[in-house]
Ligand binder design. Sequence first.
Ligand SMILES: Nc1nc2c(ncn2[C@@H]2O[C@H](COP(=O)(O)OP(=O)(O)OP(=O)(O)O)[C@@H](O)[C@H]2O)c(=O)[nH]1
Ligand SMILES: [Mg+2]
Length: 448
Amino acid sequence: MLEGVRNALVKFIKGGGEYEEAIEEFIKDLQKELIKSDINVRIVFDLTKRIKERALNEEPPLGVPRRDWLITIVYSEITNIFGGEKAPRVKPSKKPWVIMLVGLQGSGKTTTAAKLALYYKVEGYRVGLIAADTFRPAAYDQLKQLGDKIGVPVFGEPKANDAIAIAKHGVEVLKERGLDIIIIDTAGRHHKEEDLLEEMKRMANEIRPDEVTLVLDASIGQQAYFIARKFHEATPIGSIILAKLDGTAKGGGALSAVVATGAQIKFIGTGEKIDDLEVFNPPKFVARILGVGDVESLVEKVKRAQLELTEKDLEEMLSGRMNMRLIYKQLVSVRKLGPFKKILQMIPGVGLHMPLDLDLTAKQAEEKTKKWIAAINSMTYEELDDPNIIDKQRAKRIAMGAGIDVADVRELLRQYEAMKKMMRQLRKNKDVIKKLGLDLKSIKGEAA
Ligand SMILES: Nc1nc2c(ncn2[C@@H]2O[C@H](COP(=O)(O)OP(=O)(O)OP(=O)(O)O)[C@@H](O)[C@H]2O)c(=O)[nH]1
Ligand SMILES: [Mg+2]
């Protein structure tokens, strides 16, 4: 379902014309596509508003074309809906932890129950399974076989037909045995769908599981929204597992399910085998559903460009070979002068010749940075390499081109001179350089 989003992105990237107009058009396309995918209108507008603002106001990192930059914006905003860059938390916050799996017929509940059991067993938990599906023929046998394979106890009463009583009894018995994690497999088929939902609701009320997990077939597409909402209304969904993501399914329906429930996807099923389960990785998944060429490597590229000065750059600066490009890199990548400020702070006595006013508020620094970036953008190659040639006339031209005052250009040039001078001073002090060399690594580690 997010294929439409991909098409809109491709159209935008390949298209020409004014950037601002193209953004407007892209945002309209994006809204259309998302609404078509049954995503809540408010969420669509929130999302597209953020994307638009960022696309119009943020500067792409050096070396990244503006249009490519939009991909990373869309990518990161959608990633946020899936919980952001970080992997979801799958560790139970207490023991025992009772997980109740729900989902439509054939979505993969029983298989997933066993996969989860194995996953947690390997993580060091003592796990038990409960077969609480009284509709599928031989449901108990299916789970029992899987449980035996991985050495996990399976509770069941194959002859009984009250699923709720089985589940309740099972939880008692397995808790009694001192297990850490108890996973309940439930029915997916029933006489009528309402009956199934009613059973889930009553079961959840009786058992009060710590987590109700919706198992979704990744190929389900836009229906996901309605399915997820129905289950969510019956019993609040705490997390989602996306099964069968190994096939051709892109899993775009997951976005609707996440939106419909507010729950996070925790795992994905990637095959029929019992160890085909992975902790959900939002960025990777979004790259998959957007599938714009190689989004992931593009995002990597942008991230690299966002990194501040490289070691080589710093060496170059310290050797006195300062030029505007180095300043530009510094300005663009570390907008608030963060790491640079840190470097300066590490050097005793340097505060006295401080070329940059470190007391600027972040906002002032941001404004100044924007102006200076604009100024550098309107410099010629010659001027970038040797800012000394910038005379009055050139400064005027640069200011006009950048839409700023000549005074701003002059200030930038003064800062440039001061920085160059300071770097020359630093070079004389071997201890400082040594210290910089050491600390450079930690600064980089922090930024990475
Ligand atoms: N390729 C693939 N197949 C899967 C995956 N998860 C489950 N399956 C297959 O999907 C089919 C249905 O899986 P089940 O676990 O029985 O589904 P269920 O939700 O328990 O089904 P009911 O109990 O009938 O509601 C089986 O053939 C599984 O092998 C997966 O991640 N990838
Ligand atoms: Mg089943």
